[in-house]
Design a protein around this ligand. Structure first.
Ligand code: ADP
Ligand code: MG
Length: 258
């Protein structure tokens, strides 16, 4: 089944070194402040799971990390350098950050294999044969090798999300952002996606994962960050956080979700 197979993932990061650092990051939409003085350093190889109530700024945080949103204050460093503001440098940085959303966003009229090879061929300039070989390897890795020639609509939600993960991995990212990747899935398909993410985590991928799956947070996270009202109120290893949350907000949240 799905076991750790680091060979499939190009992990170039070094453990113990911050890959992404947010320093005093604040962000407003109009008058509405959605992120307030966020400090967060994610080490290479680390898995940070972000939890918190709806509207607390989790998605905005993810989007700021690859500059899908601009920030008002503070700074974000990627591999020790400020995120490029625009142009080819920004495009290059983004190509190294894989993002998986709640909605899978596969190209509906392309086969699964095409979905996974388009980025490497068009953006990275890989030869089609090489990109296809690698895509098949990744599809195998996420357990849908037999779906290479299918269209997205012929796959279940869980299979589509695994295809979306394979597509992101095909770009050889050094960081993967997951924003509620299982929230749109039927319950029976959640675990097959979480298993792939767990396998990726244990292969050494640096990951920021927004999820309501507390079992995943407990078993896969190095640290859990609890957000409320645009702030990180707590950040701690999962055992510490779940067994002894420090704030009323976190205790309330956990009481409702668990
Ligand atoms: P979460 O992912 O934790 O549910 P979000 O980051 O999506 O939270 O949203 C945080 C707050 O920012 C919410 O109040 C949301 O309505 C607001 N928000 C998010 N995106 C935008 C936007 N593009 N324009 C205006 N407000 C937004
Ligand atoms: Mg969100």
């Amino acid at each position: 089944m799905i076991g750790p197979s680091p060979r499939c993932f190009a992990i170039v990061s070094e453990v113990g070194v911050p890959l992404v650092t947010l320093e005093g990051v604040s962000k407003s939409f109009g008058d509405h402040r959605v992120l307030t003085e966020i400090d967060l350093a994610v080490d290479a190889g680390e898995v940070v799971v972000v939890i918190g109530p709806s509207g607390s700024g989790k998605s905005t945080l993810c989007r700021c990390v690859n500059r899908l949103e601009t920030i008002d204050e503070g700074r974000i460093l990627f591999e020790d350098r400020p995120i490029p503001a625009e142009g080819r440098e920004l495009a290059h940085m983004r190509s190294r950050v894989g993002m998986v959303f709640q909605s899978f966003n596969l190209f509906a009229h392309r086969t699964i294999l095409d979905n996974v090879t388009l980025g490497p061929v068009k953006v990275l300039g890989q030869k089609r044969a090489a990109a296809e070989a690698r895509a098949r390897e990744l599809l195998e890795r996420v357990g849908i090798a037999d779906k290479a020639d299918s269209l997205p609509r012929q796959l279940s939600g869980g299979q589509q999300q695994r295809a979306a993960i394979a597509r992101a991995l095909a770009m050889d990212p050094v960081l993967m952002l997951f924003d509620e990747p299982t929230s749109a899935l039927d319950p029976e398909m959640i675990s097959e996606v979480l298993d792939v993410m767990r396998s990726l985590a244990s292969s050494g991928m640096t990951m920021i994962v927004v999820t309501h799956e507390m079992g995943f947070a407990r078993s896969a996270a190095d640290r859990v960050a609890f957000m409320a009202d645009g702030r990180i109120l707590e950040i701690a290893p999962p055992a510490t956080f779940f067994d002894a949350p420090q704030t009323d907000r976190a205790r309330d949240f956990l009481a409702r979700i668990l």
